[in-house]
Structure formats: structure tokens, C-alpha cells
Design a protein around this ligand. Structure first.
Ligand code: TXA
Ligand code: MG
Length: 310
């Protein structure tokens, strides 16, 4: 990975092209958030319905101001505690953010990612006068999010144009998408669980979690999402020929293909999507996943597994 590549990628964004880039959660497919034509290409490449809103990525909390009308004190407290990092805040949007990004909603999701390449890219884009990079996960709609540059190429390679860029970078250290916190109501509400847990949100804000303020479209909340070709079943006894994803202490029965044997829930999250991709690469028909408990990031892993299994 050279600085030159990041510099070229920053310019590509400014010129309206797409840039796939690493983040600590999953890899994103980015476009200039203020360029509706560039944003429209994200939806075309992903095959995503155009009314599903995108998260806008910025280089620092200070850069959020132009994108939103109001940052409640509890949202600022969350950002100060966990940014750069794997949490997205839903805030009242300003007129700077086009409808193409928000699906016409009055709110916008914003996040400062912590992957060094993502931060370099966002700072580079700032130099071009960029306001933010709209980026969903860099997968086809409904499929498994990529956690490595190779997975991005497998997923979208043939769909990107000659001027689009795929940035290399270390695999995603968290491995599942950011926690989404609705900050448009009097108290924070979790729309999508992630590495930043409910307890962490309550501790950082000093508030008890509320209900989401409004009905919002969160495609990650569709019953079926994050799904490989293989059928995923949870907590069933694996049969010969099945793939198996489970914590290390679970044994692999004869004839079963062990796809991941993480030692902890954190490692489980980091390995999960690569394991689901490996199942498809090996042409497995069925994958059994043992959910890794109920605490911390395990809540988010269970959420993704249930949607993958639907
Ligand atoms: O970790 C992540 O969040 C990754 C990386 C690339 O940052 N991004 C990601 O984006 O997961 P995506 O588009 O695959 O999922 C974002 C979710 C979607 O389910 C979308 O509906 C929701 O965020 N979302 C975005 N803006 C929203 C808004 N204004 N209100 C409610 N939900 C929103
Ligand atoms: Mg996604």
C-alpha cells in the first residue's frame, strides 16, 4: 500500500468515481456524498434499492457539522468516546446531504472509521474540498460483507469501471458492520447491534436506551441479509459434508468441514464473513453455525447469523 495509491483514490472520489476502501468493520464502496450521480452508481453496482440510505464517512467529528442540523449532547459524548471507531450515529441531516444518500429521509448516518487507510483516504478527500464519503458495505445487495480487499474484488471486480479504485489494506479487525445508534430522539436507540454494545452506549451517554424515534429503513434490518449461497442453519448438529463455524471448544465431527474455530467472540466476528465466503468457494450446500453466547459482541454476531439463516 503506497501513499500514492491513497492520493490517487482521493482524486478519484473528487472526480466522481467509486473507491472501495478498508474500514475496521467491513470494506466500504465509497463515493463523494455530495455528488448524486456518483452516489447513484453505488446503488447500481450493489444492486441496492435506491431508497435505502447510505452512511457518510468523515475524517473527524469536527467534519460532521456541515452534514447535520443538530448534534445532541449525548451523541457528541458517544462520538468523543468511540470515534474513530465502529459506531454510526443517525442525526438530523442538513441540506448539504442530497436525497440520493438518505433515500429522502430527514436523517443521515455518519461515522469516523478507524482503519488507517480509511482515515488517510478521508483526509486526502478533505484536501479536495470533500464533505464526506457515502459508503455502504462493498457487497452486492443482501450478500455477505467483504472483510478483505480480495473479497471486494471477488464481489464487485467485474462491476467497477476503469476509473474506479479498490484500495488494499489490512483485513477488517472488527469484521462485522458498525453499531447504528439513532440519535434523533431524546435518548439513543440501537438500530443495528455491533462491536459497540448497548452497555457501552449507555455508559458513554449516561442514558438508558430508548426506542427508535421514527420508522427508518435499515436494509441491514431486513429479515434476510448477509447471506451466502450456502444455506445457514444455527445450533444444529452438523452432518458429514456440512461446513461448521463454532468456537474452538466445539469439536469437528467426522466429514464436517471446519470453516472457523475462533477462540473468542471477538475473533468469531473477525472470521465470520470470510468463513461464509469460504463455504461458497468450496461449494458447500449447508453451513452450521454455533452462536457464541449472549454477551458483548456475541449479540451482534447472533443478529447477523439469524439474518444469514433466514
Ligand atoms: O460498518 C459499517 O457501517 C459499514 C462500513 C463500510 O462503514 N457500512 C455499512 O453500510 O454497513 P451499509 O449501507 O451496508 O449499512 C448501513 C445501514 C443500512 O442498513 C442503512 O439502511 C442504515 O445503515 N442507515 C443509513 N442511513 C440511515 C438513516 N438515516 N436512518 C436509518 N438507517 C440508516
Ligand atoms: Mg451492507
Amino acid at each position: 500500500m503506497t501513499t500514492l495509491a491513497v492520493r490517487d483514490a482521493g482524486r478519484a472520489l473528487a472526480e466522481g468515481h467509486l473507491v472501495a476502501f478498508p474500514t475496521e468493520t467491513v470494506f466500504g464502496l465509497g463515493a463523494d456524498a455530495t455528488n448524486p450521480a456518483a452516489v447513484a452508481r453505488i446503488f447500481a453496482v450493489k444492486g441496492r434499492p435506491s431508497d435505502h440510505p447510505l452512511i457518510v464517512h468523515v475524517s473527524a467529528l469536527e467534519r460532521v457539522g456541515e452534514l447535520v442540523d443538530h448534534v445532541p449532547p449525548y451523541a457528541e459524548a458517544l462520538a468523543r468516546e468511540y470515534w474513530p471507531g465502529p459506531v454510526t450515529l443517525i442525526l438530523q441531516r442538513s441540506s448539504t446531504v442530497p436525497d440520493a444518500v438518505t433515500g429522502g429521509q430527514s436523517s443521515v448516518g455518519v461515522r469516523v472509521p478507524s482503519h488507517p487507510i480509511a482515515l488517510d483516504l478521508l483526509r486526502e478527500f478533505d484536501k479536495h474540498g470533500g464533505r464526506g464519503v457515502a459508503a455502504p458495505s462493498a457487497n452486492r445487495f443482501g450478500r455477505v460483507s467483504p472483510t478483505s480487499a480480495d473479497a471486494v474484488r471477488d464481489e464487485l471486480g467485474g462491476l467497477l469501471g476503469p476509473d474506479d479504485v479498490v484500495l488494499d489494506g489490512s483485513p477488517s479487525a472488527v469484521g462485522i458492520e458498525s453499531t447504528i445508534v439513532d440519535c434523533t430522539g431524546p435518548a439513543p436507540a440501537i438500530l443495528r447491534p455491533g462491536a459497540i454494545t448497548a452497555a457501552m452506549v449507555e455508559a458513554a451517554t449516561g442514558l438508558t436506551l430508548g426506542e427508535p424515534a421514527s420508522m427508518m429503513r435499515v436494509s441491514g434490518s431486513l429479515p434476510s441479509h448477509y447471506a451466502p449461497e450456502a444455506r445457514v442453519v444455527l445450533d444444529e448438529k452438523p452432518r458429514a459434508g456440512d461446513g461448521l463455524i463454532a468456537l474452538r471448544h466445539h469439536e469437528t465431527p467426522p466429514g464436517v468441514v471446519r470453516l472457523a474455530e475462533p477462540a473468542t467472540a471477538e475473533e468469531y466476528a473477525r472470521q465470520l464473513y470470510a468463513a461464509l465466503r469460504a463455504a461458497d468457494d468450496r461449494g458447500l450446500v449447508r453451513v452450521v453455525a454455533f452462536t457464541p453466547g449472549e454477551q458483548g459482541i456475541a449479540v451482534a454476531i447472533r443478529d447477523r447469523l439469524e439474518r444469514a439463516a433466514h
